[in-house]
Design a protein around this ligand. Structure first.
Ligand SMILES: C[S@@+](CC[C@H](N)C(=O)[O-])C[C@H]1O[C@@H](n2cnc3c(N)ncnc32)[C@H](O)[C@@H]1O
Length: 259
């Protein structure tokens, strides 16, 4: 991890040789199984992953997205990851937040636990999903992220470049709540690069990969322009110091459902 800190960005090569690095970020264009095999047991402090759910979402889930992405069907959301993916994921990471875990519950070690995050998209009655669920190994109860309407979040992020793009603010919230300073973060399915922008702001090391070369190139370009701006002064909270203050300045609203 230290080897990539403070290095200049590199985007080059093709296929699995294509790599983008800059301070805090190491992102490759490759299959996640290839990436996972490289790392020893419990190498990463926290894996925040958003794999295919197996629901065909790559074509867009609402009418606006369908118009934008339907001509570029890529087929990556036909099936969820294999059982072997989850074995490798739990092997290389100490803690996990797994989006879409309700779609592959058989691979979650404690399916009956209360360890869930709900992202309320504030899209009531629309044709797309009204929310998404993530299983998290560290949660003490159900947590809900409901900052603002997803369409407004996407606009604030400069628009959508990926059909299942999650807002940067959602990842910033996750890092603030579940990461500690100095943590190494893993994301095996980068997509639009929202998590990379959040890790840059949080000054947390991210290792990530994206299989699709078009998404990889678009994400690198988005990360470059987003990180060219001043950071927002956001740092992961030091949970060891029992600091319960919330350093996020974006009027985040979250509620906790008692266990
Ligand atoms: C659900 S999307 C991730 C969206 C992301 N969280 C965001 O905010 O933009 C899943 C991504 O995984 C990629 N993908 C699918 N199979 C993969 C694999 N075996 N290895 C790496 N990436 C893969 C897809 O191309 C897609 O971009």
């Amino acid at each position: 991890m230290d080897a990539i800190a403070n290095t200049a960005e590199v985007v080059g090569g093709s296929g699995s040789a294509t790599r983008f690095t800059r301070e805090f970020l190491d992102i490759r264009c490759c299959d996640c199984m290839e990436l996972l095999e490289e790392y020893p047991d419990k190498h990463f402090d926290l894996a925040i992953v958003d794999p295919p759910y197996g629901i065909g979402a790559e074509r867009g889930k609402n009418e606006t997205d369908k118009a934008k992405f339907r001509d570029k069907p890529k087929g990556w959301d036909a099936k969820p990851p294999t059982a072997e993916y989850f074995i490798q994921l739990f092997r290389v990471s100490k803690n996990q937040i797994i989006w879409g875990a309700n779609h592959f519950i058989e691979n979650i070690p404690q399916p009956n636990s209360k360890h869930w995050i709900i992202w309320d998209k504030k899209n009531p009655g629309r044709d797309c999903s009204e929310g998404e669920m993530a299983w998290g190994s560290q949660m003490d109860s159900v947590r809900i992220y409901n900052q603002t309407r997803v369409m407004e979040l996407n606009r604030a992020d400069g628009g959508k470049i990926h059909p299942t793009q999650k807002p940067v603010g959602l990842y910033r919230w996750l890092l603030e709540k579940y990461a500690s300073p100095g943590d190494s973060i893993l994301d095996t399915h980068l997509g639009s690069g929202s998590i990379a922008i959040a890790c840059h702001y949080a000054q947390l090391h991210l290792t990530s990969c994206e299989l699709d070369p078009d998404y990889f190139a678009a994400a690198c370009s988005r990360i470059k322009s987003a990180t060219a701006q001043e950071t927002f002064g956001f740092y992961a909270r030091d949970r060891t110091a029992n600091d319960n203050s919330n350093p996020i300045q974006t009027n985040d609203l979250w509620t906790s459902i008692p266990a």
